[in-house]
Design a protein. Structure first.
Length: 238
């Protein structure tokens, strides 16, 4: 299956419009969004931009209902009332209302999750650490990937709001051992990159993030991934 990955959004509504245009070319069978929809540099008072970005996300979810959505730390900070860099108290009510609307728009059989699995590829905002699985998943289920994903998606704020969780992990750091690295490919956002990068079984996709002055850090392209062969490339909306 060919999947188009929408990485960290951070108040860039045009990303959903661009992704929709690519989807309309039938370049991909479905999309995955790694979220972090709210918050960006010095935008905490721009409530209209929060509204517009969520409206585009909701519109995308309605047009492409088989999209897989993965919570990011910025999304969850508003649900769980956990202060986060960029957190906007002014936009808090708007984010909560719009995120609930997005959850209602997404089909019940494709809910927003911490981790999504397509073939032998795990999608999450930060990555699934082997130690995290060992810590929070029963040992009897360790080798059943579907069961592991199901167990992780049952967890809550206490387990997920820490640096080892799939919404916070920085798997690009040295010494990190991801879950089942020989069997599974993992696709993540969260950590800004200058280009889409694969290191062993990890593909990092956050290439739309910017510096504080608005300059792009990365190439601003979407990952197009074959979940069977693991072949990939970056694509842009022309």
């Amino acid at each position: 299956m060919k999947v188009l990955v929408i990485p960290d959004v951070h108040l860039k509504p045009q990303m959903f419009r661009q992704a929709a245009a690519i989807m309309n070319t039938r370049a991909a069978d479905r999309a995955v969004c790694l979220m972090d929809i709210p918050d960006d540099w010095d935008r905490e008072y721009d409530i209209a931009l929060y509204e517009e970005t969520y409206d585009e996300a909701i519109r995308f979810a309605a047009r492409f209902p088989n999209t897989a959505w993965c919570y990011g730390n910025h999304d969850l900070s508003y649900f769980w009332h956990c202060l986060e860099s960029g957190y906007s108290s002014m936009a808090s009510a708007t984010v909560q209302r719009k995120l609930l609307e997005l959850r209602r728009t997404v089909p019940e059989d494709h809910p927003i999750q911490f981790v999504q699995k397509i073939d032998n590829v795990l999608f999450s905002h930060g990555g699934v650490l082997n130690y995290f699985v060992e810590e929070y998943v029963p040992k009897s289920k360790y080798h059943d990937v579907d069961a592991v994903v199901e167990e992780i998606n049952k967890l809550g704020r206490l387990e997920m709001w820490n640096d080892m969780s799939p919404v916070w992990l920085r798997p690009q750091r040295p010494g990190i051992r991801l879950y089942k690295p020989r069997k599974l490919l993992q696709v993540v956002g969260h950590t800004p990159m200058d280009k889409i990068t694969r290191e062993k079984n990890l593909i990092s996709t956050d290439v739309f993030s910017t510096y504080r002055d608005g300059r792009p850090i990365g190439t601003q392209e979407f990952l197009l991934l074959d979940t069977v062969t693991w072949e990939y490339k970056g694509v842009k909306c022309l």
